[in-house]
Design a protein around this ligand. Structure first.
Ligand SMILES: [Zn+2]
Ligand SMILES: [Zn+2]
Length: 198
């Protein structure tokens, strides 16, 4: 007997993401719609409870929460990664097959929203309504891509730990950098985003 995949409804997913934020906004809706479209493109039941699908989101904020609710990808599961391009776009990768698809908004999505809901009080409201009701192809585009990243290195060996030989702090998931046969954390290796004050 064929397995029937029961997919959650848009309204249920929007309720969840809206509750996270105490509001619902157009970008959350776009994130949810992209996640739902991913559920049609990949042979994976979404929202997933496992770790098969990894999402690379290209901006943080409301959009990323929409993606997370619709796909089950999360930082906690190590299946949601931020690549901060400041774009409302995301690439999903099936870690089993290696297939990767990038989803991005149709370039004239704002215009379409304004045309779809001219009676809406303002542009924000028009987008909120239109992004929920327009068909996928009017708001989201997607294309197959190949990753420039080493997926295995990104996933790393969960559970593997090293101690930085300079600061003595623990480094997880193979994020250490080897220099002169010494394991260093990224900060001590000179790639840090912070420095000691003074
Ligand atoms: Zn928001
Ligand atoms: Zn260190």
């Amino acid at each position: 007997m064929a397995t029937v995949i029961v997919r959650p409804e848009l309204s249920a997913l929007l309720e969840q993401t809206g509750a996270l934020h105490k509001h619902l906004c157009p970008r959350q809706v776009l994130g949810v719609r992209m996640g739902m479209l991913a559920a049609e493109k990949f042979p994976i039941e979404l929202p997933q409870s496992g770790k098969r699908l990894i999402a690379f989101v290209e901006s943080d904020g409301c959009f990323a929460d929409g993606i997370s609710v619709a796909t089950g990808c999360s930082m906690g599961h190590r299946t949601l990664r931020l690549v901060d391009y400041g774009k409302v776009a995301a690439t999903f990768v099936d870690t089993l097959s290696g297939a990767a698809i990038r989803f991005f908004p149709s370039p004239d999505v704002r215009k379409r929203a304004a045309e779809f809901a001219p009676e809406a009080g303002n542009r924000w409201q028009a987008q909120l309504e239109a992004y929920q009701r327009l068909p996928n192809e009017d708001i989201v585009l997607c294309r197959e891509v190949a990753l420039n990243l080493d997926l295995e290195a990104i996933v790393g060996k969960p559970g593997k730990r090293t101690t930085c030989s300079a600061c003595g702090e623990e480094v997880l998931n193979q994020r250490e950098v080897m220099k002169d046969e010494q394991a260093l954390c990224m900060s001590c290796a000179g790639e840090g985003y912070w420095r000691v004050k003074g």
